[in-house]
Design a binder for this molecule. Structure first.
Ligand code: ATP
Ligand code: MG
Ligand code: MG
Ligand code: MG
Length: 477
């Protein structure tokens, strides 16, 4: 089953059950507390909070998501991408647990011929929150899942809140057992690689107070109207339905991966490290392309920086595989646009714009790398020769200050060489430089050029210490 069909099927199932289909919102979150939309419920937040009236109490969507915190997992686990699509059904004060759980079960186990995903019942496991006896009852008595395939989990995994006073509630997650060749027995609590989490059902049921932390807050009482928010990972479903080992081998991502393998002359499946690189490239090219399509531009702050980091990581991984020439990103972006174009037809229409942005970023980064890599290599050699475990702070500083290497690039490249970086030393030098600049500004009595304006000129405002000076020296900025 193609990825696009997974989405169609999900939306159709819920549409037939009274849900209004809502198109995906842009990746740029309306919500000022978020850089990027990271879950299907984000665009619906105002409805859940009672700030806006929903078009319908039952809605369903296939939402584009980016999760930056998962970036380090990409390519290493079988199930994390930075860009992915979350399929969801939502009830705003309409149905609750007793209906949401059977809906989920029905869609997963119903035969493919009958509009479902055709999963064998015995492959499916569920988790419920520690004290959510109600959910367990529904899974067991109403749906018929044997008790030994229902596990209880605590706050960290099975409780949802927005991190602030407001709605919260227990979750119930659904896992697919991929079989003994993927890991240990014992359910999702024992092994989340073998038991792949495909769907999370959130029961928005209570109101929480402030408390002291993410997992520690008082429950003030029941919400006047209870809500349902669910999220199913489209890529993970596609991996299962397409019988492949990981999400990077599913139809859309595979096209990019395969082309990257071609372009760099790498054989996928031979060597762990180059496989990780190929998966990172596939994910990041698609992710970067989708971000650009939604109007994000590479930059040194906020989502612009996320995009820059993602694009530059794909370029670096291409180089690790020997793909050093310009134009590789163009080629891979074309493939990603075509692969996603069936679901997102606008991509085809705006392809030229997307290319312009990504090509420019490739060019500027290749320039940075050309200038700095030899210096970096020399620093690594010197460090190794002297037997030290980390690259000195002043070397990281010089790479940054003179060659435009952002610290995270130095960190990543050092780690590939089995080295750490003296980050404290680096930060001390950064601070000294900043203080010097401020003092100079005062000494010269630059009059109308105040200190914060100078900071801005140096690209050092807003505490963006990690990625300042990126373009200062190279001058493409
Ligand atoms: P995991 O524990 O595997 O990191 P999660 O519990 O963080 O997943 P949720 O926040 O519950 O994920 O998101 C709902 C669904 O979205 C998940 O069940 C999964 O199918 C999918 N999903 C979450 N994160 C990713 C990701 N980084 N890449 C692909 N799919 C994801
Ligand atoms: Mg996660
Ligand atoms: Mg989880
Ligand atoms: Mg989850």
């Amino acid at each position: 089953m193609e990825s696009a069909e997974v989405a169609r099927r999900f939306l159709k199932f819920f549409e037939e059950r009274g849900h209004t289909v809502v198109p995906s919102a842009s990746l740029i979150a309306e919500d000022p507390t978020l850089l990027l939309v990271n879950a299907g419920m984000v665009p619906f937040k105002p409805y859940f909070l009672g700030q806006r009236t929903p078009p319908s109490p039952r809605m369903t969507s296939a939402q584009k998501c980016v999760r930056t915190p998962d970036i380090e997992e990409v390519g290493k686990t079988t199930r994390h991408a930075t860009f992915f699509q979350m399929l969801g059904n939502f009830s705003i004060g309409d149905y609750f647990k007793e209906q949401a759980i059977p809906f989920a079960w029905d869609l997963l186990t119903r035969s493919e011929a009958d509009g479902g995903f055709g999963f064998p019942e015995e492959r499916l496991w569920a988790t419920v929150y520690t004290d959510d006896d109600e959910a367990q009852e529904i899974w067991h008595k109403k749906v018929g899942v044997p008790l030994e395939r229902i596990q209880r989990r605590g706050m960290a995994d099975n409780y949802w809140s927005m991190g602030v006073p407001g709605p919260c509630g227990p979750c119930s997650e659904i896992y697919y057992d991929r079989g003994p060749e993927y890991g240990r027995e014992g359910g999702p609590v024992a092994d989340e690689d073998r038991y792949l989490e495909v769907w999370n059902l959130v029961f928005m049921q209570f109101e929480r107070g402030a408390g002291t932390g993410k997992d520690d807050f008082p429950i003030l009482g029941e919400l006047p109207s209870k809500n349902i928010d669910t999220g199913m990972g489209l890529e993970r479903m596609a991996a299962i339905l397409q019988g492949v080992d990981n999400i990077y081998e599913t139809d859309t991502l595979w096209k990019v991966l395969d082309r990257a393998a071609d372009l760099t002359g790498t054989k996928y499946g031979r060597d762990h490290r180059s496989d990780v690189s190929l998966r990172v490239i596939a994910d990041h090219v698609r992710s970067g392309m989708m971000m650009v399509a939604d109007g994000i531009r590479p930059g040194n702050e906020g989502r612009g920086y996320v995009l820059r980091r993602i694009l530059r990581r794909s370029i670096r991984n291409l180089r690790l595989l020997g793909g050093e020439e310009a134009g590789l990103m163009h080629e891979l972006t074309s493939v990603a646009i075509k692969a996603m174009g069936e679901q997102y037809t606008d991509l085809i229409r705006t392809a030229a714009n997307i290319h312009t942005v990504i090509d420019a970023e490739e060019e500027s980064f290749l320039q940075t790398l050309r200038t700095g890599t030899a210096i970096f290599d020399a620093a690594v050699e010197e460090t190794k020769r002297s037997g030290k475990p980390s690259l000195a702070g002043d070397q990281a500083f010089k790479l940054h200050d003179t060659y435009g290497f952002p610290i995270d690039l130095t960190l990543e490249m050092a780690s590939e060489q089995g080295l750490q970086v003296d980050e404290d030393g680096f930060r001390r030098l950064m601070k000294e430089q900043r203080d010097r600049a401020k003092k100079d500004a005062q000494d010269k009595k630059t009059g109308n050029l105040d200190v914060s304006a100078l900071d801005q000129l140096l690209g050092q405002a807003g505490g963006a210490v990690d990625f300042i000076g990126y373009n200062n020296v190279i001058g493409e900025g």
